[in-house]
Write a protein that binds this ligand. Structure first.
Ligand code: AMP
Length: 193
């Protein structure tokens, strides 16, 4: 199973990504988590990543690819991956397709979780009040949502045209979202991907 998870911040892609990975027995690769780990490790590259993340800006593509590629290569060799938070732009989607082709795997589905901005903002502010992430401040949240709409949004028609998009309403309890994702995946003709 090779699946992409595309969602605005606060839509629950971490939770759903873990569940999908458990279900299909493949690795859950969360781009934001791997980049945060790299940032925490320090050094010049870590500091550069931390600065982008603190502002809610996208980390440059080459840096993201350098961090993700070895993990994706290893996961592909073990049967697949749930790639969460990558790609986040059309150039990254092209890079993701090239990487999959190089590894001889087919991207089988792109799951898109959507919810109103007001719901996403509330969830992120709740997460912040529980001692969550430093990029969950009102200004940075607004910027991340705008960036998602402008830069990641074009991936929705891109994957729809390729016949592998599964769009799911994320403004529901987590179990209902998981059930809808599974229904959507079973409705896809995976061999067409
Ligand atoms: P997330 O954990 O998915 O909310 O991502 C947190 C932050 O990590 C984002 O706001 C970006 O700064 C960075 N990031 C995560 N994924 C990517 C990506 N595919 N491309 C560029 N930056 C990313």
């Amino acid at each position: 199973m090779t699946l992409l998870l595309i969602a605005p911040p606060g839509a629950g892609k971490g939770t759903q990504g873990e569940r999908l990975a458990d279900r299909y027995g493949v690795r859950h690769i969360a781009a934001g988590d791997l980049l945060r780990a790299e940032a925490q490790a320090g050094g010049p590259l870590g500091r550069e990543i931390a600065a982008y993340q603190a502002r809610g800006d996208l980390v440059p593509d080459q840096v993201v690819l350098d961090v993700l590629t070895p993990v994706v290569v290893e996961a592909a060799a073990r049967g697949g991956y749930i790639l969460d938070g990558f790609p986040r732009s059309l150039p990254q989607a092209i890079a993701a397709a090239e990487l999959a082709a190089r590894l001889g795997v087919t991207l089988q589905a792109a799951v898109y979780l959507y919810a109103p901005d007001a719901v996403l903002t509330r969830r992120m502010l709740d997460r912040a009040s529980q001692g969550g992430r430093t990029d969950d401040t009102a200004d940075v949240i607004r910027h991340r949502l705008e960036l998602f709409a402008a830069t990641t949004g074009p991936l929705i028609p891109y994957y729809k045209e390729r016949g592998i998009l599964v769009a799911v309403n994320a403004d529901q309890p987590p179990d209902a979202v998981t059930a809808d994702i599974q229904a959507g995946l079973s409705g896809l003709s995976l061999s067409r991907a």
